[in-house]
Design a protein around this ligand. Structure first.
Ligand SMILES: *Cc1c(COP(=O)(O)O)cnc(C)c1O
Length: 396
């Protein structure tokens, strides 16, 4: 059931069934963890059949493993993609994709407000291959059109972005890019295929840090690239060379996590929307960023493209650094931790966590104030989370 992309079954059905039934070696309901580094051949005739493409099977652990192939099939079914490749982390997915698809001397366009390590990869590594990067505002397709050059290969954007949850009009970006032969890559980590499927709007490739919602339990790191067979093919070849594959056990945890993705994301959406409204009403809160709030700069786009706003709410407190620290330390339910998208709520102050090593002046220019909070709603009872927030805000 629902093994092929485009099958009409709903996301929950796909999330549970897609990708799983092709192993059939033991009739086990769950896909086993194939904890093996290599695969044996019956005889040389079988090996030759494999080499000549007459027999599809595994060969060596860096090129494929049935446990992670089940995850790849499930993710294809969820994103509506032809092919997907799994990686050891989201960063590994992104860096392998760029190394596979950007020729020397080519040009890349990216949006501001994008994951810091991805930006660092452009600045410190791609530049060594003579790849130049232009940075544009997430919602400005005029800037996008102006930034395209003859040698532009890719437009890369997150949607929603981190931490301001800016939402890109993918259809419009695709129209502008495809007219000039530029491919569109969307990091859809914040959206998940439950809230948005970029491929439906014409995106060429989708990336995820599966560490976040796809895994969903704060217990694994993984990444994925999905899209057409034509574009994913070179990325799969590249991971065979660069070696950033995932392991069978993490893949199995991810397979298990994905079965409840639709249920979890519905709860994340509902909790975060209520918390965003609660915070917007609160006198100690200066500003709230959540795509499903009318006050969000991209609310109109968000309403059109997203099924839900996701679990992350970003807000600025009406206090100073010490007050923000008092708030964070007073939170009793969320852990103080980086990351998001798991069943446990997490809270962090970007100023002293993910942007710690950036000079204050530069950080402020990036919009990361001393009092900015990123709250990742888990799947706990919303009343418990708001009561906890209420008492933590009182501690300011
Ligand atoms: C976390 C994250 C990454 C990096 O993923 P890892 O799995 O931590 O390597 C990339 N992009 C976005 C949007 C992320 O949130």
């Amino acid at each position: 059931m629902a093994k092929k992309p485009g099958h009409p079954a709903g996301d929950s059905t796909r999330a549970v069934h897609a990708g799983e039934r092709d192993h059939q070696r033991s009739e086990a309901i769950t896909t086993p963890i194939y904890q093996t580094s290599t695969f044996w051949f019956e005889d040389s005739e079988q090996l030759m059949a494999y080499q000549e493409g007459r027999l599809a099977r595994e060969e060596y652990g860096r090129y494929g493993n049935p446990t992670w192939k089940a995850v790849e099939r499930k993710l294809c079914a969820l994103e509506g993609a032809e092919e997907a490749v799994l990686f050891a982390s989201g960063m590994c997915a992104a860096t392998t994709l760029f190394l596979a698809l950007l020729p020397q001397g080519s040009h890349l366009i990216v949006t501001s407000d994008c994951y810091r390590r991805t930006r660092q990869f452009f600045r410190d590594y791609l530049s060594r291959m003579g790849v130049e990067t232009s940075v544009i505002d997430p919602s400005d397709t005029h800037q996008l059109a102006d930034a395209i050059r003859d040698e532009t290969e890719l437009f890369f954007t997150e949607s929603p972005t981190n931490p301001y949850l800016r939402v890109i009009d993918t259809k419009e970006a695709v129209r502008v890019c495809h007219a000039r032969g530029v491919k569109v890559v969307v990091d859809s980590t914040f959206a998940t295929p439950i809230n948005y499927k970029p491929i439906d709007d014409g995106a060429d490739l989708v990336i995820h840090s599966a560490t976040k919602y796809l895994g969903g339990h704060n217990d694994l790191l993984a990444g994925v690239v999905a899209g057409s067979a034509e574009l994913v093919g070179p990325v799969r070849d590249a991971v065979g060379v660069l070696g950033g594959i995932t392991d069978a056990h993490s893949a199995w945890l991810l397979l298990r996590g994905l079965k409840t993705l639709a249920l979890r994301v519905e709860r994340h959406n509902a909790n975060a929307l209520r918390i965003a409204h609660f915070l917007e009403e609160h006198p100690k809160v200066k500003q709230v960023w959540y795509p499903m709030l009318e006050s969000h700069p991209d609310h109109e786009t968000a309403k059109q493209v997203l099924r839900g706003g996701g679990g992350v709410v970003t807000f600025d407190l009406d206090t100073d650094l010490d007050g923000a620290i008092r708030f964070t330390d007073a939170c009793r339910i969320p852990y103080i931790a980086p990351s998001f998208g798991g069943v446990e709520s997490l809270v962090e102050m970007p100023a002293i966590m993910s942007f710690w090593d950036i000079e204050r002046e530069e950080r402020l220019k990036m919009g990361i104030t001393d009092t900015l909070i990123r709250y990742s709603c888990g799947i706990e009872e919303c009343d418990d989370l708001t009561a906890d927030l209420e008492q933590a805000l009182a501690a300011i």
